[in-house]
Design a protein around this ligand. Structure first.
Ligand code: ZN
Length: 68
């Protein structure tokens, strides 16, 4: 399989934003469940990304919460 376990996914008809999905199939913002869309990595700072997912992803990378 060439798909990635984690990444940004777009949900046509459900959200106009991209959400970040983790290995357990849930978005970081908690609002969206599993999907079958291909996930993309990178583009973490795109304005099309869900703000909550972006913040939580940054917090994970920094190992702490970061609201700035
Ligand atoms: Zn989200």
């Amino acid at each position: 399989m060439s798909t990635v376990d984690e990444g940004w996914g777009f949900l046509p008809g459900l959200s106009r934003k991209w959400h970040y999905f983790t290995k357990d199939g849930r978005s970081l913002c908690g609002g969206f469940g599993n999907l079958r869309a291909a996930l993309e990595v990178g583009n973490d700072d795109s304005s099309d990304n869900c703000a909550t997912c972006k913040r939580k992803l940054k917090g994970r990378k920094n190992g702490r919460n970061n609201d700035s």
